[in-house]
Design a protein around this ligand. Structure first.
Ligand code: 5AD
Length: 347
């Protein structure tokens, strides 16, 4: 088994059969070996510095109806909100003060966030904080829209593919969505020049090891600059509300495998992972992740952005979140990078 890990580190990929073996038959000793190997690769690239991104959840209004997601259109139990441009700018301001140099604007697919509104907002962010990067995570949009957002100054876009298996995609999403369209969006983002992020939920309903292997090989081919991997966590008002949560251990294993396959990728230790276990965030880093995304959303709205159960949404102010993060990282011998952390940059 350890030889398989060595081979993955050396060749940055493995045949499907070997990946399946790694996922199915990993004992705890080899798992620790895998995490060490991945951590070594991350350190060779990024040292002991972790990039931070300020996450601003700009709204939970969504035209989509993904079966796993707490802010799906047919969930009548969520109180909906949309932040005004002024509120979003004050979140950035607070974030800037706290040392953040990347703002991630994430939200549901809300038609009110049209190109005019977003390009004006991006223009203002660029004007006020010219050295900062903006990442968008706003779902599927026409290529013309992605282009307008790029021209207005956004340089990174997160759009997880969720699963590369067509039938599995169907099961997780409503009729009107398709994997093909998702992939078209991802290809458009890359074409335009965005640093593009993709990824999956680990342990989503009906997910098999074969699906995951296909996801790994798809990402290997697509070469995303960012990879988001977090456990599926049920949200009680969704059709998957009583499904079991994904495994934190398997998420960590996947972070390590992906680090070995994509040495320079930006891989966050996700909020979902931190939600599942107390030590999730630091364990993600020790498995090879190199990004964390502290929450800059207004505490009053945070609970409403409930994609899943128990999402770390304490009423804590952004400042407390960043301070806690700083201490957690120090505790494992890492520190927050002052840089904005573009893909391909090395400290
Ligand atoms: N559990 C874990 N992750 C979820 N997401 C949405 N709903 C859930 C859930 N119930 C993830 C999706 C999406 C990202 C923004 O949040 O992968 O791409």
């Amino acid at each position: 088994m350890e030889r398989l890990v060595d081979r993955l580190a050396r060749e940055q990929t493995l045949p499907a059969e070997e990946l399946r073996h790694l996922l199915n038959d990993l004992d705890s000793e080899t798992q620790a070996y895998l995490h060490r190997a991945a951590c070594k690769v991350a350190r060779a690239h990024f040292g002991r510095e972790i990039y931070i991104r300020g996450l601003i959840e700009i709204g939970n209004i969504c035209r989509n109806d993904c079966r796993y997601c707490g802010i799906r259109r047919s969930n009548r139990c969520v109180e909906r909100y949309r932040l005004s441009p002024e509120t979003i700018l004050s979140c950035c301001e607070e974030g800037y003060r706290l040392g953040l140099r990347t703002f991630v604007l994430q939200g549901g697919e809300d038609p009110a966030f049209d190109d005019r509104t977003l390009t004006a907002l991006l223009g203002e962010i660029r004007r006020r904080w010219p050295e900062c990067a903006v990442t968008l995570s706003l779902g599927e949009r026409p290529e013309t829209s992605y282009r307008a957002l790029f021209e207005a100054g956004a340089r990174r876009y997160l759009l997880r593919h969720e699963t590369i298996d067509t039938a599995h995609y169907r099961l997780l999403h409503p009729e009107e969505m398709s994997l093909e369209h998702r992939l078209e969006c991802l290809r458009a983002l890359k074409r335009i020049g965005f640093q593009t992020g993709t990824g999956i939920m680990v342990g989503s309903p009906e997910q098999t090891v074969d699906h995951i292997v296909k996801d790994l090989l798809f990402m290997r081919e697509f070469r995303p600059q960012m990879i988001g991997i977090g456990p599926f966590i049920p949200q009680h008002d969704t059709p998957f509300g009583t499904e079991p949560a994904g495994s934190a251990e398997r998420t960590l294993v996947l972070i390590s495998i992906l680090r070995l396959m994509h040495p320079a990728a930006l891989i966050p230790s996700t909020t979902a992972l931190a939600t599942l276990s107390e030590e999730g965030r630091t364990r993600g880093i020790l498995a090879g992740a190199n990004v964390v995304m502290p929450n800059l959303s207004p505490p009053a709205e945070r609970a409403k952005y409930a994609l899943y159960e128990g999402k770390a949404a304490s009423g804590a102010e952004a400042a407390e979140g960043v301070e806690l993060l700083r201490r957690q990282l120090e505790g494992i011998g890492y520190r927050i990078s002052p840089s904005r952390g573009d893909y391909g940059e090395r400290p």
